[in-house]
Design a protein. Structure first.
Length: 182
């Protein structure tokens, strides 16, 4: 009977100390090594697009994706935003609209130039400039929209940064709890 009374408090003490150890250890980022990521840090003007390499304590290590192929390290406290790719999305309406606009303008100018310069085989007739410009604009807008639809945009998903809990010994023999919230 006395043994059972001792086992339960001892088990609870072990569980609570294990939970305390997990809270005081620096958190890890929920990002698999090799994942394509976009990092916005305090020390950078533009976000870095790179592959996540590893986490060393409270430091994130990335290998650059572009020309430089540099190795980048950031302390968790420096990172303002961390995102991972969710693949290429079909959200390219902006490119379709832009392609249609530029293609339509080019077709309009081309149609007007054609109507002004070309003459039909029947010398008693001539091309209608407004109608030819309208047909050119429609054809140009269609071609521009098709070209714009070929562009893809990358979708980014936010990766939650770990909250940092730490116990720091102070001069008076106690501990100070430090909580870093994002």
């Amino acid at each position: 009977m006395r043994l059972k009374a001792l086992v339960l408090p001892l088990a609870l003490l072990c569980i609570s100390s294990e939970g305390l150890a997990q809270r005081t250890a620096p958190g890890t980022v929920a990002l698999a090594p090799g994942s394509r990521a976009r990092v916005k840090a305090q020390s950078m003007v533009a976000p870095l697009v790179a592959n996540f390499l590893e986490q060393r304590g409270d430091t994130l290590v990335f290998i650059e994706d572009d020309r430089g192929r540099g190795l980048w390290t950031f302390a968790l406290s420096q990172v303002e935003r961390l995102e991972t790719t969710a693949g290429e999305g079909g959200r390219n309406q902006r490119y379709v609209a832009r392609g249609a606009m530029f293609g339509g303008a080019a077709g309009l100018v081309g149609g007007l130039a054609f109507a002004a310069a070309a003459s039909p085989s029947d010398t008693t007739r001539e091309y209608s400039k407004p109608m030819t410009a309208l047909v050119g604009a429609a054809l140009g807008a269609g071609v521009g929209a098709i070209i714009g639809s070929r562009f893809k945009t990358e979708r980014w998903v936010n990766v939650p940064l770990p909250r940092q809990f730490s116990f720091v010994p102070n001069r008076r023999g106690g501990f100070t709890l430090s909580i870093g919230l994002r």
